[in-house]
Ligand binder design. Sequence first.
Ligand code: GLY
Ligand code: MN
Ligand code: MN
Length: 410
Amino acid sequence: MENNILKNRIQKIRKELLKQSKGAVLLLSSKPEIINTRDLTFDYKQDTNFYYFTGSHIKNTLVLIKANEDEPLVLSPHQSKEEILWLGANESPKNLAKKIGGKFIECDLKEESVFKYLKGADTLFYSSYEYSLSNKIAKKLLKENTSTLERYKLPYKLINQDFLIAPLRQIKEASEIENIKKAVNITLNSIKELENILRPGLTELQIKNFLENEFKKQGALIAFDTIVASGKNAATLHHTCSNKVLQKGEMLLLDLGAEYNMYAADISRTLPVSGAFSPLQEELVKGVKKAQNAAIKKAKSGITYGDFQKAADLEIIKLLKELGILKGTEKQILEKNLHREYFPHSIGHSLGLDTHDTGRLFKDTVLKKNMVITCEPGIYFSKKIKNIMPLGIRIEDDILIGDKESKVIG
Ligand code: GLY
Ligand code: MN
Ligand code: MN
């Protein structure tokens, strides 16, 4: 990533810090490795707030950005010969400091050592990630039994750093949009490849492996655990992939995303296992697609997330009324939220470095130009109702908010 992009982000966040207080600081930590079994770890993904300001995959490092100081501090310990032998040389913290216009300081990262660099600060923006050093430091400051001497001149106002960073991360820069677009296209290509081989007799797990392998062939990683749910399994929103064999006449719900250059795609499709939908399946899928189209049409800068949701809700309500499942006027159903039984999740979320990206969308959140959000209406029947067997349908695309309209990415 270009150094200027990083420096620019750091200066922008310093301005936000200054609005809080001259003594406000932001403490970013690299993600700790998480143990899977014994001494083996899960695949590593850098803390996304840390990555946003550093473009770095370095481990075991803190970056401290202060409202009243131009240069961020990069705190990182000395790496022993043995660590280098087993784990490799950490990306150089000195280079990182240079890249972001900061200052490198060798530090053992013990809490009391880090406190030295927090002296004089009154407000600390810490990481909400429980296992991060930034979070541990905040917890230590909160502990009642931290002695007065230890607390002296240390931050007393502690705020989750997402409040500070999310508004910035929510508005995507051109290079971020390019990365998301690439992730989306890799995901869509993989689904196309699957359509060529999809048939009854395959298992959910075989499909998951096929799709994830397609991501990897295109140089991408997996943004989140791929959901492959056939028949009634699709009524479980986040179904865990099983060995279930796909049956003739069933539908298959896929919810998947490639990760490209750290950025995620998040796409859902509902496909006919045998190549063609039954008339009833087609009616349902078309109804959900209509809800998606209505929401996409509504979405643009200045519209609230609540209105975006409502556009989809109204179409799902129409469908449920046509099927004879819900009775009453659209207004009554909407007010009582009766359709939620069949469309129990929200219409979308922010997308970016995280699949569920920072910056939660509330009913009154106003959409802004260059936000990237998902649009994912669905309909789910966990029990047979009328002539509909248990099933789930979700259609999800990723959209870029513009001044006059939103555009589907990909
Ligand atoms: N893949 C999870 C979601 O769509 O939010
Ligand atoms: Mn999804
Ligand atoms: Mn999603």
